[in-house]
Design a protein around this ligand. Sequence first.
Ligand code: FES
Ligand code: FES
Length: 156
Amino acid sequence: MAEITVSVDGVKYSDHVEPRLLLVHYLREVVGKTGTPIGCDTSNCGACTVLLNGESVKSCAVLAVQADGAEITTIQGMANGGGLHPLQQAFHQEHALQCGYCTPGMIMAASDLLRENPSPSDEEIREGLEGNLCRCTGYENIVRAVRRAAQAGVSK
Ligand code: FES
Ligand code: FES
């Protein structure tokens, strides 16, 4: 077992974990952040995307021990107090989800995209989210939601 200390959504956690434990399993099963779903476990779908020191990563492709000392943000850390994060609001307003399974990962990836490029073209939005799969929406409304959030000046 290895000891790790991480900050998750602004709260510090120290835990003993098996070196092979994936970050997504640590977040869900040890920390209780079940808002981060597992879609494939083979690093294809992007549903498990979180921010690791501000950059989006697929948390099924990272070991928990690799996150030692890091700041992690999950979808559960995005809402501001009682209100939705502007990206969550934009997804809601543009009907950018149906089953919602991909949505946490989409929003985390979109937040990293907007941090790097605050006013992306539609093509850049599609490129930025190409690692995140959605089986329901056809992506059009997702692109519209990210554009709307960009226009609202979201860069978190
Ligand atoms: S569960 Fe991580 S990419 Fe699919
Ligand atoms: S809304 Fe169902 S997978 Fe994207």
